[in-house]
Design a protein around this ligand. Sequence first.
Ligand code: C5P
Length: 314
Amino acid sequence: MQSYSLIAPAKINLYLEIIGDRPDGYHELAMILQSIDLADRIDLRANGTDQIRVHCDNPQVPTDTSNLAHRAAALMAEQFPQVYHKYGGVDIAIHKRIPMGAGLAGGSTNAAAVLVGLDLMWKLGLTQSEIQELAAKIGSDVPFCVTGGTAIATGRGEQLAPLPSVDFLYAVLGKHRSLAVSTPWAYKTYRQQFQATYAPDPDALAGRRQRFHSGPLVAAISQRNGAQIGSLLHNDLERVVLPAYPQIAELRQAMAALDTLGVMMSGSGSTVFALVESQVQAEQVRQRLRAALPDPDLEFWTTRLTSSGIQLAH
Ligand code: C5P
């Protein structure tokens, strides 16, 4: 087949703890990542040229080589030059629904979709772990986006351990259109302020990782206990992002005043989410937020937590 359409879901962080520094300049993380059914669609089509071309229906999305979907295709072409030569270039059309600069892994999930799609289009037959190895070269969240669902992510975020699905829960997301938080800035600022809390050596790091694996949020997820999950949400990056962005703090406060399972910022922001138990409750929370915060710059979504990563579109 010469064309493929893929669904690329966004993610939220149910948990994000920064536990140490890494020699490569990144951070050692302990996270629980969760796919949601807010998703982009990625169409791949062989274009009969020797070029990779990215198109997007949102003019704010860069379509040059800085786009992670472009980087994913370039990486595949570099890794499999003979296959690239045989099949030729590809047009990548991104139908954007996931907001940018949101902490929802929008760019990462687009890259994951390109890896999965080109593996099919070029009949490579790569295993999931081979695709995830390539994914890790593009970004820390890209391996998770390939398989999605609910997972513990450690290391840079690329070492994954699947958890039981919590797809019985829903989330309301809120984000200011004009606010995009830079992820490198958030991590750099965190290091400047909180480096003293980092694990001082590999043994301490391994201990913290181990405690996290057997910790209360992992147990609550295994027990499918929504109330516990909501009360154990955590994100270290809130400590630097909320003081620097009062609008995000205000949104978080408005969400926390409502009756939900729990509220947290996702990734490095600027999205804040509230976990709820049903679609009906999600809709009620969205309406109350809209009434409490009439700011036209604010956008809200209701979404279900999902157990799927990249999927073929039907
Ligand atoms: O891997 P990715 O390109 O998505 O990461 C974006 C930025 O987030 C990195 O440049 C780095 O500043 C920060 N980061 C980090 N430690 C991680 C993941 C990301 O410091 N484990």
